[in-house]
Write a protein of this length. Structure first.
Length: 488
């Protein structure tokens, strides 16, 4: 697999490019993302699917500049895929041949089922563990769905309804909403019954934009749209308002200007499908067809899926910023052992050992930016980059443990901005303390054998070393409960 790979996705509405750089066998990170509103399908749906000359010109100019970016990043590999607009167009070969001959980029036109599969592969590998769900990717010319059962993609389908298609066939002609809904209902009847599911994974620009608006309206504490979840019943009245709004109304509802002409269309498709499924929850995926195409290449010998214990963001952050991995894993072992030893005292759910362990692995990555206040650097690293394979609740908990692994325990005031996503303050204080204590014990860097015991409100730490540095540091730690600590 190449060190740097560019993935280009030519859709009916936009052309997007992502450039990924590998840091180890399966870990990678995004180093460039470029988008252009090419609208290659503009005007085509009223002319038998034929791509119009202005759209063809915009597409070529965009790919020409994408090519310049690819060369500047010295990409070793380029994968270019095209979806609905090109596969439906009788004159698609005109653009494909021109791009190949003049820019030396080979465009691969994929069918709807492959498009749905790529989107689902991206979501499955980037989101927290998903057992059962349906992915919905609303594009400009088509909408793709994939059914996931027991963590595996079992079926895919592509529907000939998309935002640009609906805009030109109906919304531009002021067609009444009830007629548009009748048309959509007729199309979605093609969805097999076994696709019905309570959990929906939203892929694509329309659904990500909708999630961003809902996050802003609800004062959601995080800015990361990937992994954001919401209950459909709570926000369906708002989605109705978007569908019925005019341009000025869309602005008042928080819709971005570049979404004025596709947001209503995307929402009416989304609403119809979720109502057919009687779905309850939407999980937003920031990953889609580009990530899926990249992963299909990267994981071709691994059935297009990371191993269950592999977390992309965790490995990528460690590859790039952790230079004390062996020491951090030692601290992790100490912290987990302390958790188990002190469980009669703290009574915390054992599931939190996972987040505690990840915090131990990442607690000092901020030193790569600077030693002083490195816990704050690490906090921001995690808050903004530990996105793939983790829920929002897990991410903010890990970030907070890292932020307070010093001599201070978090207070109610400290956690207030993120309180809706965090466990209770007692749990947070204990987990923070356990990380701080494990770090203090490892102060001399010898990674010596340690044994813990707890009896009569006393934690006993037995070591083959004197732990002279640890003794002084442990005395300075604030404890979340009253108990003694003795070092032997």
């Amino acid at each position: 697999m190449s060190k740097r790979t560019a993935i280009i996705d030519i859709g009916s509405n936009s052309a997007r490019m992502a450039i990924f750089e590998r840091s180890s066998r399966f870990a990678f990170h995004l180093i460039n993302e470029t988008k252009a509103r090419v609208r290659i399908g503009e005007g085509a749906y009223n002319f038998g699917g034929f791509l119009q000359e202005p759209a063809l010109k915009r597409a070529f100019n965009t790919l020409e500049e994408f090519n310049a970016i690819i060369k500047s990043y010295k990409c070793n590999k380029v994968l270019c895929i095209a979806t609905s607009a090109l596969r439906d167009a009788p004159n698609a070969a005109t653009l494909i041949n021109k791009i190949r001959n003049e820019l030396h980029i080979n465009i691969k036109v994929i069918d709807g089922k492959k498009e749905a599969y790529y989107g689902a592969i991206g979501a499955l590998n980037y989101l927290k563990e998903i057992q059962e769900a349906v992915t919905i990717d609303i594009g400009g010319g088509s909408t793709e769905l994939a059914k996931i059962e027991k963590g595996i993609i079992v079926d895919t389908i592509s529907l000939d309804i998309g935002t640009v298609r609906l805009k030109e066939l109906f919304f531009d002609k002021k067609t009444p909403l009830n007629e548009i809904r009748s048309f959509i209902t007729e199309v979605i009847e093609k969805i097999p019954e076994h696709f019905t599911c309570k959990d929906i994974i939203g892929i694509g620009g329309s659904l990500r934009s909708l999630s961003k608006i809902i996050m802003e309206r609800t004062n959601y504490p995080l800015k990361t749209v990937h992994g954001f979840e919401y209950e459909l019943s709570e926000h369906m009245p708002f989605i109705d308002k978007i569908i019925s709004a005019d341009v000025l109304g869309l602005k008042a509802l928080g819709v971005r200007k570049d979404r004025y002409d596709t947001m209503r269309e995307g929402c009416i498709i989304f609403q119809a499908i979720t109502q057919k499924f009687e779905a309850s929850t939407l999980i937003t995926s920031g990953a889609g067809i580009r990530e899926g195409a990249y992963l299909s290449d990267l994981l071709r010998s691994n059935q297009h899926k990371f191993n269950s214990d592999f977390k992309l963001s965790l490995k990528s952050l460690k590859d790039r910023f952790c230079f004390t991995e062996k020491e951090n894993l030692y601290i992790k072992r100490l912290a987990i052992s302390l958790f188990d030893t002190l469980s009669p005292l703290h009574g915390i759910n054992p599931s939190f050992k996972y987040e505690l362990g990840v915090a131990c692995e990442l607690y000092n990555i901020g030193i790569s930016l600077g030693f002083y206040q490195n816990q704050l650097h690490s906090f921001y690293f995690v808050l903004n980059n530990l996105n793939y394979g983790f829920s929002h609740q897990q991410k903010i908990l890990i970030a907070m443990l890292i932020k307070y692994h010093t001599n201070k325990l978090p207070t109610e005031e400290d956690i207030l901005p993120y309180k809706m996503l965090l466990p209770d303050i007692k749990t947070l204080n204990w987990l923070s303390f356990l990380l701080s204590l494990a770090k203090a014990i490892s102060n001399d860097k010898t990674q010596s054998n340690i044994a813990f015991g707890y009896q009569n409100h006393t934690l006993t730490i037995e070591s083959e070393r004197k732990l002279f540095l640890a003794r002084d540091q442990i005395k300075q730690l604030l404890k979340p409960a009253s108990f003694a600590i003795i070092i032997k």
